[in-house]
Design a protein around this ligand. Structure first.
Ligand code: RB5
Length: 159
């Protein structure tokens, strides 16, 4: 097959994604830029952009609202542990965010939980592990069926 067709086909598999980090997560975000480039994944970066101390909910809310509004189908948030970002992100209706620092959980978060935001911990994992986690995340699909019933129960509770 023509290489340019393969290139565009691969690009179509993953929509543009949104990514955000706090000052602690900035380093891992910078390290991951080459990964996104090598996988032809387009990203929109919502900050933060420097190492000045900031409050992670600010960026978690911005990224989460953009996913909830359907501007992006999925997002990535990076803080020290992934936990603060996920707590904040899950306050936005329509967001299913998981703090995830291992590849198996990343796969299952999509397979069973239809998660739409993954939150990584820059103080917990290195860039190699983050790449492995994201490979699992991007390659996994929601299985639906009985899991749909359970995810819908969570969505309905928001109303
Ligand atoms: C910032 O010190 C740290 O609390 C933050 O990056 C994150 O780990 C919160 O969950």
């Amino acid at each position: 097959m023509d290489q340019s067709i393969i290139f565009y086909y691969k690009k179509m598999l993953i929509d543009k994604i949104v990514i955000g980090n706090d000052h602690v997560g900035l380093g891992l975000f910078i390290e991951l830029k080459d990964y996104f480039k090598s996988k032809n994944i387009d990203i929109d970066h919502y900050g933060c952009f420097n190492s000045d101390r900031m409050n992670y909910p600010e960026v978690a809310f911005k990224v989460s609202k953009s996913v909830a509004l359907g501007k992006y189908s999925q997002g990535i948030l990076i803080c020290g542990t992934g936990m603060g970002m996920s707590l904040a992100a899950n306050k936005i209706k329509g967001v299913r965010a998981v703090a995830c620092n291992d590849p198996y959980s990343a796969k299952m978060a999509k397979n069973h939980n239809n998660a739409n935001i993954i939150c990584l911990g820059s103080r917990v994992i290195d860039v190699e592990m983050a790449e492995l986690i994201l490979d699992n995340w991007f390659n996994a699909k929601f299985e639906g069926g009985r899991h749909n019933v359970r995810v819908k129960m969570i969505d309905n509770y928001e109303d």
